[in-house]
Design a protein. Sequence first.
Length: 98
Amino acid sequence: MICMKIYRQGKDILISACDKHLLGKTFKQGKLQIVASEKFYGGDVVDAKTLKDHLVEATIANLVGTEAVKCAIELGLVDRSCILKIKGVPHAQMVRMF
């Protein structure tokens, strides 16, 4: 399961998504850090299909965790070579420009 939150600002739609079991945790490795905060990522608990349905309309996405990142890869929105891993936890960002 994945926690997902949708933010709308003008024409932009930002999707924040995080594997549910990672919510509220912080991961540090050297100078890198990712905080899977409940404030930013905590929202509806959804399955992969629901996240994908929203990602196809997103202009920006911030994804943490294997399940969340896998959805973006499967849709062709994120390339595997662009995934950052911090303490083994995948993190990806996507920006769609028109």
